[in-house]
Design a protein around this ligand. Structure first.
Ligand SMILES: Nc1ncnc2c1ncn2[C@@H]1O[C@H](COP(=O)(O)OP(=O)(O)OP(=O)(O)O)[C@@H](O)[C@H]1O
Length: 271
């Protein structure tokens, strides 16, 4: 059984003709590791309320890019702004979900304590931290597992804990780095629909990095396609598929197949 995908939010698919507010502004981002230039020039806007997928060839620097965007990694050129503020360290308007949930959760803490931990850095009362923790765990379907340790949960459930932890922070921008790459196919489908539901229900913008073309199309209102290293943006494609999305009906649409071919070609698999 999959969860019901996001119901209410319409996805803006055309970035050019609007008065929307850019929550993420990246200009000329450049990053090297020693002499290896990984990101040559990333210039990108993500607008409030969007769910944008980012795809790129293996090793093109997707994780490097997200780490630079989140202020976890310094970059040597260009600027990154989140909610108008230049990023120099992780901003408190930002939530992060990584692929490797087993390393991002602390095994000696309960599920609830893992979710509550980063809230210590927010200027909120203990009571509010408790309420946010309970609400976030409820919204990812883990209300019955709050006292367990992460290692007592399945991989998919652990990734739900990581999502709840980011949600409890009430981020305006959520960066997700191949978050479902390590779970089985059925769990992945459920977590994709959970992501759509949470995005639709909450006042949140999501940048979702994946190497899975179908996942990028299924989730996104736009798809940013990256080149190989040294990496730039090859193309930004609008996804004109109706919402709510449905794992079977949406993927059966002709437009879905057309987009799949376009992204595949843009990734350089086909000339
Ligand atoms: N800490 C590091 N030090 C040196 N080189 C690094 C470091 N992290 C990444 N790299 C190199 O930078 C390049 C991009 O890596 P990155 O992990 O950002 O790519 P990716 O697109 O996320 O990869 P994948 O598709 O495997 O998820 C690779 O060549 C990698 O070897």
């Amino acid at each position: 059984m999959t969860e019901t995908a996001g119901l209410s939010r319409t996805s803006p698919s055309s970035p050019d003709k609007d008065d929307r507010v850019a929550i993420l502004e990246v200009d000329g981002l450049r990053k090297s590791y020693g002499s290896e230039l990984v990101l040559e020039d990333i210039t990108l806007r993500i607008f409030e309320g969007e769910l944008v997928s980012i795809v790129g060839p293996s090793g093109c620097g997707k994780t490097t890019m997200l780490r630079c965007l989140s202020g976890l990694l310094p970059h040597e050129g260009g600027t990154v702004r989140i909610a108008g503020e230049e990023v120099t360290g992780p901003p408190d308007t930002l939530g992060l979900v990584f692929q490797d949930y087993s390393r991002s959760l602390l095994p000696w803490l309960s599920v609830a304590d893992n979710v509550r931990l980063p809230l210590r850095y927010k200027p909120i009362s203990k009571k509010e931290a408790e309420e946010r923790t309970a609400e976030a765990l409820e919204s990812v379907g883990l209300a019955a597992h709050t006292r367990k340790k992460p290692w007592q949960l399945s991989g998919g459930m652990q990734q739900r804990v990581a999502i709840a932890r980011a949600l409890a922070y009430h981020p305006r921008l959520l960066l997700m780095d191949e978050p479902f790459a390590s779970v089985d196919a059925q769990t992945r489908v459920e977590l994709e629909d959970l992501t759509l539901r949470l995005w639709a229900e909450r006042d949140m913008t999501i940048a979702f990095v994946t190497h899975d073309i179908d996942e990028a199309i299924y989730l996104g209102g736009r798809i940013v396609v990256l080149t190989r290293t040294p990496t730039t943006i090859r193309e930004v494609m609008p996804v004109d598929l109706p919402r709510p999305r449905d794992q079977i009906a949406t993927k059966a649409l002709d437009e879905f197949g057309r987009l799949r071919a376009s992204v595949f070609t843009a990734l350089g698999h086909h000339q």
